[in-house]
Design a protein around this ligand. Structure first.
Ligand SMILES: [Zn+2]
Length: 209
């Protein structure tokens, strides 16, 4: 899942106007923002394995601190709590916590059973939609269309060009991920994953007063 996560961040604008789109993006992608740091530190690992599922050549063989069910809840509570400390916005902080957790749910739909229950045991989950490319794409693109529609309906961003180019760039990145050649190394994947921050910065620019 790539744009599926961003779709949830865009669509969330419909439910609360307070957290910025950049904040929504940080929330929906928090697990994937933590993950590359842990990979580069050698705490979590991945392996290149072409054919691991039909849609990804990556084998997420060890990522319990960023992607276990337990830690997804912990990261969600933490982000919600920090946001509450700074803003005293209860509704917004609950929403952001739920957005963090939504990442796990979407990964659960798409990954093969590689998402751990917690860092303390070996039970793993995943429905494996990545082995059903058409169904996966219909769901993910569908989510993105709904999220985009809800965003523009509720937010009416001032920077029209910046906001629409963000949508287009997300779509292009998604397609490149699918049709591009497999990455040369796991480390490279982690570095590329850091580029999610570009979308966060872009979202911030779109809504900057
Ligand atoms: Zn993820």
């Amino acid at each position: 899942m790539f744009i599926g996560h961003f779709a949830v961040g865009l669509g969330a604008r419909r439910f609360d106007k307070a957290p910025s789109l950049a904040m929504m993006f940080i929330a929906v992608q928090l697990l994937d923002l933590i993950w590359p740091v842990l990979v580069l530190l050698g705490i979590e690992t991945l392996r290149l394995d072409v054919g691991n599922t039909k849609m990804t050549p990556l084998d997420f063989n060890y990522y319990p601190y960023s992607h276990s069910l337990l830690m997804a809840i912990v990261w969600g509570v933490l982000l919600g709590f920090v946001y509450y400390l700074f803003t005293k916005n209860r509704k917004g902080s609950v929403l952001l916590g739920l957005l963090v957790f939504s990442h796990w749910i979407l990964d659960f739909l798409t990954h093969r059973p590689d998402l751990p229950l917690s860092p303390f045991n070996d039970t793993k989950f995943g429905l494996g939609l990545w082995n059903h490319p058409i169904l996966e794409s219909v769901i993910e693109i569908g989510l993105f269309l709904v999220g985009t529609f809800w965003y523009f309906q509720s937010a009416k961003p001032v920077r029209k060009t910046a906001s629409w180019s963000l949508i287009v760039f997300l779509l292009i990145t998604h397609i490149m991920n699918l049709i591009g050649p497999p990455p040369p190394s796991g480390e490279m994947v982690a570095w590329v994953a850091m580029l999610i921050w570009i979308f966060v910065a872009w979202a911030w620019w779109v809504e900057k007063k």
